[in-house]
Each structure stands twice: as structure tokens, then as C-alpha cells.
Design a protein around this ligand. Sequence first.
Ligand SMILES: [Zn+2]
Length: 160
Amino acid sequence: MEKQGLYTILLKGLSLGSHVLDWTIDGGFFAMYERSEINDASIDVQLTLMKHSRFLELHFVLAGWAEVNCDRCLDPLKLEIASDARLFVNFGGHDGEDEPDEDDVIVLPYGEERLDVAQYLYEYAHLSLPIRKVHPEDANGQSACNAVMINKLNQYLVKN
Ligand SMILES: [Zn+2]
């Protein structure tokens, strides 16, 4: 039997109109990617797929949390994930002509029967992370970072 990814959508025989798919992605999902910044997570994904006669419109909504390493003290840091993304899928020829060069449009060969969206889920989750991932400060400006680690890092920086 052909191995099929958990996040593979069967396009063959899909009826016109709206289809809703739900997944929860966790730490195990991100562990499949070597370069993942996310160590642990629980993210609910709802995909609404609209099949039009000539193209597909995918609307992903991600909601949950992800654990990364703090940029400052390297301790685990839990962040909220809330993301909303659209992806258009066109079907086209083989030589890539007239393909719109946009991130949110992909072109599959005519007759393609499957679409694996795992890579997109991975990207959307990472895109929803803030650029600066650090523990928050409290009302007194006291950082929630691991003070012991910060001291160690500071010593290291001074020595070098
Ligand atoms: Zn920190």
C-alpha cells in the first residue's frame, strides 16, 4: 500500500464546493524538520478548501501555542500561535510558463491526485512567531528570563 502523509489531501474525485479538514500539530510534527525552531506545540489547524472548477482555494487557520528557545536566555519559551493564510492552487502545464511568481500560488500538474500541505503548516506556524522571541518583562521591567543563564552568557561575552 502506498504510504500517504497525514497531511495529504486527496484531490482526485473531490467535489466542487467547500470542504473542511481539521488537524492538530504537535512537537512530533515539528521534530520531522531538522531546522524547526519549534520544539513542542499544540496547534489546531482548520483548513477550508474551496474547490472551484479550475482552481482550489485553501484557507488555513492555525491557533494554539508553540514552544521555542528564548533568544536571550535559551530557556524554553511558550508563544501563542495565531495565523491565517490563503493558498491558491492552479493546475497547469509542464514547462512552468505563465506561472505567477507568488508565494501564495502553487501550480500542480494537470491530473495531480494529491496535495501534501505539511510543508505549508510548518511554514505558517514559523511565520506566526515573533521576530524577537524573548521572555516578557513584568510591570517593573523585570525580565522573566533565566537569570542564572543570563549571568553565564554575560560572563562568556566579557571573556571573549
Ligand atoms: Zn529568556
